[in-house]
Design a protein. Structure first.
Length: 655
């Protein structure tokens, strides 16, 4: 095993030793072999690192890491100087096309499946301008650069709720570009700053750390600051390059990094282009969901399975200021672990919009663990879309998002346990087959059947497709959760889609669903005779027991032993880098106690015909609370995510 060193004082003609380091990370990447470590020393590196090889196993990785105690920045941007005044606070710079090579972000539009373009609005581009690290806003003309409009609030497209802009003065920092043969001209309004005296950068490279070919396995990337990449729109029906990612491989570890300012997506665990690339947009002959369905079968044909794809670890990263996603992935995310990350301020500039935006946005999340992350100030915290099966969302803290958690067109089994969902729009379920255990839910619950998109389900712990079905609704389990308030008017201004149950505080939206499997079968038998239509007319059973409802939240009519209390409050409060759960809970909350819940305590999922299990196939164990306390299986505990939650006022650190 060899250590290859890189330093800003080095030379690519050197030998890569500590005494004679290379100058570029890519030079070390060209030589690194399984078992080697590339040690990068302090400084700023402007390159797209494209590994040549992967490791051979978990114990014979290729590791890229920042030298101990040293700050290493890798950027997809270049510094631009030579700005010329162009009237008022506007400056102009002309850069040669050779700066960009064959990829000019200022000529590339944000486009693809499920992008929503406003009528008559100019298209946005992948380029960006940064003043001392702060990104600008793109405008549609040179005239708008001189007369930018300050924005103090923006409307969330999904909820219709107005958001306060984090820094209204920043919305006056704008740019516009013209791309000609041989050169690109950029006009930018620096609002009084001198761009020749300050640090001004522009996006140049698509990615910062991303292989050019798939199947480079077992690579570790550790301890870097990674920033400023012109990443493209990443829907599930397209190639999904990120600022960093494995590009269709197995066994990567991305840990202890600070990752920010990806134009679209920061970390990609997603699919590659051979399984389809924006066909719905390019061809226009079939809806996007049909191409998405086809991509699942195409991926199987090229080796989408546990042996070749997924099993990545993404942990202890800080990810922020990205236009679309903090973490994205379709198909390539299977069997992965996403833990201990801090993800914030994702898709809040709102320069563009589409239906693939979230702090974490995964399709085909099979046996994925999303645990102990803090996710806040995002357009949507986490969106699990299509084929969420065997996945577990546990011990996460969501707060100050437009929406916290959305699970769409999935059949389960999936687990959501010991989380805090602290935003007004806490949970959206357009799925079936879930289990919700010991969560604190401070906002609304919105239920929606989906009868126009039949989506796949799989054999347990496998990518092998077992069948596909519509989302009738129900087949959910609710045990030991604590609901505290939740005002629908504060969560949504937009009217719900036709056929949707409006958002509610508590589980009352399930009223009318069967409360047991036996009742479900009786309702099926009461339907007119027919092979399949009668199954589409009856909601599936909902299994709810011993949940607590306070501050106006109400239970499902079929629930067993609900506890309804007057008053109470709970909120997530940030204090610097620390996060607290501040609550004032009514007396009597301790009357609803239960033993730790396990997979054998949860009813079998109907469509998939599967149990709630750990990845190894054993029954799921749900005995660790939000703060890491391991519950004694022989004791009882109150509802909610904390083992010692009690009535009265409390302030508990949760991050």
């Amino acid at each position: 095993m060899t250590s290859l060193h890189v330093a800003t004082t080095g030379s690519d003609a050197a030998d890569g030793s500590a005494e004679r380091p290379f100058r570029t990370i890519n030079r070390a990447a060209a030589l690194a072999r399984p078992g080697d470590t590339v040690v990068v020393h302090a400084g700023e590196y402007r390159e797209w690192v494209t590994p040549r090889r992967g490791g051979l196993s978990d114990s014979r990785r290729i590791t890229y890491q920042a030298a101990d105690g040293e700050h290493v920045v890798i950027k997809g941007s270049e510094r631009v100087t030579g700005w010329e005044p162009d009237g008022g606070t506007v400056w102009r710079a002309t850069v040669p096309t050779t700066l960009f090579g064959d990829f000019n972000p200022f000529a590339e539009e944000i486009a693809g499946d499920w992008v929503v373009h406003e009528p008559e609005a100019p298209r946005k581009h992948l380029g960006d301008v940064y003043l001392n690290g702060v990104s600008f806003y793109e405008v549609g003309s040179r005239a708008e650069v001189s007369a930018p409009e300050k924005r103090t609030e923006v409307i969330d497209h999904w909820t219709g709720v107005a958001d306060r802009v984090r820094d209204p003065e920043r919305t006056l920092l704008v740019w516009h570009a013209r791309v000609d043969a041989g050169e690109t001209t950029i006009w930018a309004n620096f609002q009084g700053a001198d761009p020749n005296a300050e640090l001004v950068e522009i996006n140049v490279r698509r990615s910062v750390f991303y292989p050019l070919v798939p199947h480079l396995d077992y690579i570790t990337v550790r301890g870097f600051e990674l920033a400023q990449a012109a990443t493209p729109w990443t829907p599930p029906t397209a190639d999904q390059p990120g600022l960093i990612g494995p590009n269709w491989a197995k066994g990567w570890i991305i840990e202890d990094n600070v990752i920010h300012d990806a134009k679209c997506s920061a970390i990609s665990l997603g699919k590659e282009a051979s399984t389809g690339h924006n066909y719905a947009t390019e061809r226009g002959d079939k809806p996007g969901y049909q191409y998405q369905l086809e991509s699942v079968f195409t991926a199987r044909q090229i080796g989408w399975d546990r042996e070749h794809i997924g099993s990545h670890v993404v942990r202890r990263n800080t990810i922020y200021d990205c236009g679309q996603n903090g973490i994205v992935g379709h198909l390539g995310c299977v069997f992965s672990t996403i833990e201990d990350n801090h993800i914030h301020h994702i898709a809040l500039k709102r320069e563009f919009y589409g239906y693939e935006i979230a702090g974490i946005k995964l399709h085909a999340a099979i046996d994925v663990e999303i645990r102990h992350n803090r996710i806040h100030d995002c357009s949507l915290g986490t969106w699990l879309d299509w084929q969420t099966q065997g996945t577990r969302v546990s011990r996460n803290v969501y707060h100050d998002n437009n929406r916290d958690l959305f699970i769409e067109v999935s059949h389960g089994p999936y687990l959501v346990e010991h989380n805090v969902l602290g935003s007004p729009a806490a949970l959206e379920l357009w799925s079936q087959g879930g289990a919700f255990v010991n969560n604190l839910i401070c906002g609304t619950l919105w239920l929606m059947p989906v009868m126009d998109r039949a989506t796949p389900y799989h054999r347990p712990h496998s990518t092998q497709v077992a069948g596909y079905a519509f989302i009738v609704g129900g087949d959910d389990r609710w045990v030991g959760n604590l609901f505290v308030g939740g005002e629908p008017a504060a969560a949504y201004r937009n009217a719900p889609p036709e056929g949707s149950t409006p958002a509610h505080a508590g589980t009352v939206g399930y009223d009318g669903y069967p409360a047991s499997f036996e009742e479900y079968l009786r309702r099926i038998d009461e339907q007119p005779a027919g092979d399949h239509q009668r199954f589409l007319n009856v909601k599936q059973a909902v299994y709810a027991r011993r949940n607590v409802y306070a501050a106006g939240a109400r239970p499902f009519a079929g629930e067993t032993e609900p506890l309804v209390l007057d008053g109470g409050s709970a909120a997530v409060v940030a204090d610097g880098d620390e996060v607290y759960l501040v609550s004032d809970l009514p007396a009597g909350i301790g009357d609803a106690v239960l033993s730790p819940v396990g997979g054998r305590d949860l009813e079998r999922v109907r469509f998939v015909d599967a149990e709630f299990e750990e990845r190894d196939g054993g029954p799921a164990v749900l005995a660790t609370d939000l703060t890491g306390v391991v519950k004694d299986l022989g004791r009882t505990y109150p509802a909610g995510p904390l083992a010692d939650l009690a009535p009265g006022s409390s302030r508990v650190r949760v991050w």
